[in-house]
Design a protein around this ligand. Structure first.
Ligand SMILES: NC(=O)C1=CN([C@@H]2O[C@H](COP(=O)(O)OP(=O)(O)OC[C@H]3O[C@@H](n4cnc5c(N)ncnc54)[C@H](O)[C@@H]3O)[C@@H](O)[C@H]2O)C=CC1
Ligand SMILES: O=P(O)(O)OC[C@H]1O[C@](O)(CO)[C@@H](O)[C@@H]1O
Length: 381
């Protein structure tokens, strides 16, 4: 079995690549990073280490690398023959890889009648749908018809904390032991050759919101508050009782939404929150606040981890002050090495908080959320 995977970064190598290789897939990694691709082709293997006392290690082999810009023809050929296509590049990159994926799928639709599934493993609601929409722009009506018949685009939720790496060998990856890969069973075309650790579900929406509004919301709150308090890592941020309380408050609010909306049991959900806080404070990981806080413009999007739960709670007439305070902290994230943080600060300086938040979140300027955030923001300056 052959898997083509776009994005040989932390999640690509430390999560998706490891799982697929363990299920006997031959992995073709596609990336723009020549150093990583050359390394993969030179060594043909790498190690995944678990961040735990025993530091278990796993060898990932049967891999090759293709450069997405310099080896287009090879990538197209690989897609035409693949049994599974996955991505972990960042949701904002999906439109950039869509033209090449479309080329590969066009060739495949002519040469190969076997169904194929494409799964975007990104932190986003409907990540695979976004990729499909971007791919469709490059196909003619006949190809669209064939694609809808033969190519499945199931959405997915992926959960594993993989921090910035500092390994001696650039291919090796240190990851937390926990992982969860959940895929929408309803959108699969044909069958995906067995992958032991994929969990197929009929109700992905509930899984994805539970994950995004707990793991990612909690992480974002810890990172933005931690940055404000001058903490270098998420681990150190959560040792501060004031920051921990802010995270717990936000997760209490998203927990209320998740239990009401999806029927999760409140006691079990509390257990889920506690497990996640344990994962955030894993002493064998060093997770910089600037990684988890990265791309504040993306994180302040309408369907993202902060604005979406606030919007849904406000519709239910609940004002979630913990989350609103988190949005203020995100708006104040001014790390000079993060291009989106710089752009956001520029917008705020030029147009003020209300316009800036409206622009990045897609909320109307007179939305109640913007008024609430503005009031809290004004108290801090
Ligand atoms: N790191 C984590 O703990 C988690 C990350 N995610 C999601 O996984 C995705 C990837 O995140 P990471 O692996 O952390 O990022 P990363 O930055 O380590 O990896 C992304 C990879 O994509 C490559 N890439 C960028 N543009 C490309 C292009 N045009 N063509 C091919 N490759 C390209 C980069 O060179 C890089 O190797 C994101 O959507 C993130 O939200 C999800 C769960 C956890
Ligand atoms: O910032 P992104 O693109 O969501 O990816 C990094 C994410 O990985 C996580 O550490 C674990 O899923 C998130 O909490 C964090 O936000």
């Amino acid at each position: 079995m052959i898997a083509v995977h776009f994005g040989a970064g932390n999640i690509g190598r430390g999560f998706i690549g490891k799982i697929l290789a363990e299920s006997d897939y031959e992995m073709t990694f596609v990336d723009v990073n020549a150093e990583i691709i050359d390394g993969i082709n030179e060594h043909k293997m790498y190690q995944v280490f678990y961040a735990e006392e025993d530091r278990r290690s796993f060898t990932v082999s049967n891999i090759r690398g293709l450069h997405s810009q310099h080896q287009e023809e090879e990538v197209v050929q690989a897609i035409a023959q693949a049994d599974l296509l996955t991505t972990a590049v960042g949701a904002h990159i999906l439109p950039h890889i869509a033209p090449l994926i479309a080329k590969g799928l066009k060739k495949r639709l002519v040469e190969n009648n076997h169904p194929l599934n494409v799964i975007a493993c990104e932190n986003a609601i409907g990540g695979t749908d976004q990729l499909k929409q971007a791919v469709l722009k490059h196909l003619d009506p006949v190809e669209v018809n064939d694609l809808n018949r033969l190519i499945g685009f199931p959405n997915a939720a992926v959960d594993r904390i993989v921090p910035n790496q500092n390994q001696e060998n650039i291919l090796d990856v240190l990851v937390e032991p926990f992982f969860e890969w959940v895929v929408d069973k309803r959108a699969v075309k044909g069958t995906i050759p067995p992958v032991e650790d994929i969990h197929f579900v009929e109700d992905l929406d509930a899984f994805i919101e539970r994950k995004l509004f707990t793991v990612n919301t909690g992480h974002a709150l810890a990172a933005y508050s931690g940055y404000q308090a001058g903490k270098p890592t998420v681990q150190e941020s959560l040792l501060d009782p004031v920051i921990k309380e802010k995270v717990l408050q936000g997760l209490k609010e998203t927990g209320q939404l998740l239990c009401e909306k999806h029927g999760f049991d409140p006691i079990q959900h509390q257990g889920y929150i506690e497990k996640i806080l344990e994962r955030f404070t894993n002493p064998y990981l060093t997770d910089e606040v600037t990684r988890v806080a990265r791309q504040p413009i993306k994180k302040l999007g309408l369907n993202e981890r902060l604005i979406s739960p606030v919007k849904q709670l406000m519709t239910r007439k609940i004002v979630p002050y913990g989350l609103l305070t988190g949005i203020v902290a995100a708006l104040q994230y001014d790390f000079s090495e993060d291009a989106e943080a710089v752009e956001l600060q520029k917008k705020i300086k030029q147009h003020g908080v209300k316009v800036a938040l409206s622009e990045v979140s897609g909320l109307a300027e007179d939305d109640e959320i913007i008024d609430q955030v503005f009031a809290l923001y004004s108290e801090t300056v």
